[in-house]
Ligand binder design. Structure first.
Ligand code: G
Ligand code: G
Ligand code: MN
Ligand code: NA
Length: 252
């Protein structure tokens, strides 16, 4: 049996786990959201990261089951992560799931089943996923936005979205691809891209998040560039919900 062949059973057996990585506000240091990142606690192979099983899952309908599982689990974890009710949870959405005709209905049904307020949910969607069928994607994002779900464009700068198209979407956040952030101090062209994306995002009314923030020096530059939020190993690695809940409580 291939790894992906085992995945359906693994979901049913409760072998998937979510780790969470916070996004912190540069203006006041608060954690505004946590991103859920899926892992597979495989009984024989140990902890598997998404690269090991997501690309194969994305070729099949298993990805839709996985997406529903992630939404449900993150929704269930939210109250413990966030006693104050301010925190949002960010979920990564694969192109194949976004393309489904009943994607919005699926998302809203799972959230309702787990009593999750759609306003506390951010869906992270890559430019590539949007461009597979831009008109359908725009319709889906409008429906989700009307239900209160926030939309974030993930890995921004790495894809090929037209800016005219982007400006028509109900987007809350742009996440600058970590490749630009990681290389920002060693290559001025990357710093120029980071500054430009921040300015573009702000001009269009979006919040801008830099991911892949690993050093205080990069953090200080992003602050000077007026970036809104940061995510990366400097703040925290993706960790299990119990560990994150303890950190968030300690930080209050
Ligand atoms: O988790 P890692 O830290 O290794 O993430 C690797 C990649 O897997 C990232 O591109 C991330 O967006 C993606 N990823 C992580 N969790 C999920 C998930 O639950 N669903 C989807 N579709 N992608 C995910
Ligand atoms: O594609 P997406 O942005 O959803 O995936 C996030 C990926 O980035 C995950 O694999 C996560 O573990 C990783 N990541 C998070 N913070 C950092 C960081 O500071 N540096 C690097 N190199 N990777 C990071
Ligand atoms: Mn992401
Ligand atoms: Na990303």
């Amino acid at each position: 049996l291939t790894l992906v062949g085992e995945l359906g059973q693994a979901i049913a057996n409760g072998e998937l786990v979510l780790h969470y990585q916070p996004k912190g506000s540069l203006s006041d240091g608060t954690v505004t959201a946590v991103e859920a990142l899926v892992r597979w606690q495989h009984p024989k192979r140990g902890l598997l990261y998404p690269d090991a099983f997501l690309p194969a899952a994305e070729q099949t309908e298993l990805i839709d089951e996985l997406t529903r599982w992630v939404l449900a689990s993150a929704g269930e974890a939210l109250p413990a992560l966030d006693p104050t009710g301010q925190l949002a949870v960010a979920i990564n959405i694969s192109a194949r799931s976004l393309a489904r005709a009943d994607f919005t209905e699926d998302v809203l049904t799972v959230l309702a089943e787990h009593q999750v307020d759609p306003k506390r949910v951010i869906l992270e969607i890559t430019e590539t996923s949007l461009m597979a069928d831009p008109r359908r994607a725009a319709r889906t994002l409008d429906e989700l936005h009307q239900a209160g779900v926030r939309i974030s464009i993930d890995d921004f700068g790495a894809g090929q979205t037209s800016l005219g198209y982007l400006a028509t979407l109900p987007i809350s956040e742009l996440k600058i691809d970590k490749a630009f952030v990681l290389a920002m101090l060693s290559d001025e062209r990357n710093a120029a891209i980071v500054r430009s994306v921040i300015e573009l995002g702000h001009s269009l009314g979006f919040t801008v998040t830099a991911e892949g923030v690993e050093t205080t020096e990069i953090l200080q530059h992003l602050d000077a560039y007026r970036c809104d939020t940061v995510q990366g190993y400097l703040l925290a690695r993706p960790i299990p919900s119990e560990a994150l809940a303890a950190q968030l409580t300690a930080a209050v």
